[in-house]
Design a protein around this ligand. Structure first.
Ligand code: ATP
Ligand code: I3P
Length: 435
């Protein structure tokens, strides 16, 4: 018997067990292995709950010892308290969405966090009802989170005069100009790993150009080039939300939010060169371009994740002899085999898109192709979730339209259009990213 086991036997202590990544990064107590990541409640294991440290906006303060903020569970869900009448309507909203056969609402189901019902739970000595939702930041080591409240109008038809005045007075310039506002966000700096939090007081001061810069900051793009792979992940979801909002007449969403989440740890992986990452925060104006690859999202293809003005760039294949080409051409290798799911998406990408002319006019085709590529990424990936995503949250002021009321929710649509436009503008900034 080894010294170590003899020692532990003598002292009567059990062998020290490795702490899981959840224990290290989420500061949660040790759980049975099969409990830590599952999104559904498992009756055999105890549910562990704590105040949700990753909440960037919304109700939080404690009144009469009642806790108004979100709770984090050790099974990949969060619980949102149902206290106000409007929050009760949110439960009704999710319940209706769950069972509706309306095509537009079924589509919306894919654009919101997964709903797992509601339950009573006693926290802080108070029993309350809670909505159970998928934690969109689950498994993220350095979660960067932004809450974007959509609409110039953030009050519903049942609001009192006082409530209307109150809402009109907040984020006024930002809402007027963009049709959305930013009540809070947090970002882990890529260069230092430092967590920076921005609350609603910061959000209320934002207007004009500073709004775009706040979003750039959230994307770790201050003093560094934006990451194209990250922008594409967000845009693939944003375009779905945009498409839906352009034609849906089923529901009016007052004061709903977009919740954007990405993992800075994965963004860091995406930068191939450690040296460049370290310098990301202090690059001069003419910076070496950030190297990043969609490959790290998880795929088996030769596509490098780079799209230049000449088309997609493939990783070099060692077995392919280099022909005497110019330097700019030598980075291209033959496309992947014809039977690869990638090859079809990329062949269609090349076929549909002239990389030389009319970028603007062909944006919709590019969107289609990006979506196909991203679909492939998530199919091939061992973990189904991409490392950046966006969902619509907060339906306390959502109202389903009766047949007579059916019309497009312009208030919501306009905010989404403006938000998407900012991301498309950022994407164009990354058009020339090369390996
Ligand atoms: N599904 C989710 N996964 C992860 N975080 C979430 C999720 N839903 C909400 N949050 C976090 O909780 C915050 C508040 O959420 P939400 O807007 O639903 O609450 P609220 O109290 O109704 O907000 P408000 O005061 O704006 O009405 C969000 O900004 C986000 O940080
Ligand atoms: O950004 P702020 O300044 O925190 O403003 C709050 C925000 O508009 C919330 O959406 C709203 O809750 P509801 O969605 O429930 O209306 C809350 O109303 P409240 O003060 O009535 O709780 C506001 O105070």
């Amino acid at each position: 018997m080894s010294d170590v086991s003899e020692k532990s036997r003598r002292s009567g202590s059990s062998v020290r067990r490795q702490r899981s990544i959840y224990q290290v990064h989420y500061c949660m107590r040790r759980q049975d292995a099969d409990m830590t990541a599952r999104p559904l409640l498992m009756p055999t294991s105890p549910l562990e709950v704590q105040a949700y440290a990753r909440q960037v906006a919304g109700h939080r303060k404690t009144e009469d010892t009642k806790y108004l903020g979100l709770l984090q569970c050790n099974n990949g869900t969060i619980m949102k308290p149902i206290i106000k009448e409007s929050q009760k309507r949110e439960v009704d909203f999710y319940e209706h969405l769950k069972t509706s056969s309306d095509a537009e609402l079924q589509e919306l189901r894919g654009l919101v966090a997964k709903y797992f019902g509601n339950r009573k739970y006693t926290y802080n000595g108070f029993e309350q009802d809670y909505i159970i939702l998928e934690d969109l930041t689950e498994r993220m080591l350095e979660p960067c989170i932004m809450d974007v409240k959509i609409g110039k109008r953030t009050w519903d038809p049942l609001a009192t005069e006082e409530k209307i005045k109150n809402e009109q007075s907040k984020y006024a310039a930002c809402k007027q100009q963009y049709g959305f506002c930013i009540p809070g966000f947090q970002v882990y700096r890529l260069s230092t790993g430092k967590l920076c939090k921005y609350n609603k007081d910061y959000g209320k001061r934002l207007h004009g150009h500073a709004v775009k810069e706040a979003i750039r900051n959230y994307l770790n793009g201050i003093g560094a080039t934006l990451c194209r792979a990250l922008l594409l992940q967000f845009l693939s979801e944003l375009w779905k939300i945009q498409k839906w909002s352009r034609r849906q007449t089923a529901v009016r969403l007052y004061s709903a939010s977009l919740l954007l989440v990405y993992d800075a740890a994965r963004l860091r992986d995406c930068c191939q060169s450690k040296e460049l990452t370290a310098r990301a925060g202090c690059r001069p104006a003419t910076v070496p371009r950030r190297r990043h690859s969609l490959h790290s999202v998880g795929s088996g293809s030769n596509f490098s994740g780079q799209i230049t003005s000449k088309g997609p760039v493939y990783k070099k294949l060692q077995s392919v002899p280099l022909s005497p080409m110019s330097l700019s051409h030598s980075s291209f290798s033959p496309p992947p085999p014809i039977n690869s799911p990638w090859s079809e998406a990329l062949a269609s990408f090349n076929h549909n898109h002239s990389f030389e002319h009319n970028y603007e006019n062909k944006l919709s085709k590019i969107k289609m192709n990006y979506r196909a590529m991203l679909d492939q990424l998530s199919y091939d990936s061992p973990t189904p979730n991409p490392w950046g995503t966006v969902k619509v949250i907060d339906f306390a002021h959502a109202f389903f339209n009766s047949e007579e009321e059916k019309q497009i929710d312009e208030n919501f649509r306009e905010g989404i259009e403006n938000f998407v436009e900012i991301f498309e503008c950022f994407l164009r900034e990354t058009d020339d990213q090369v390996l």
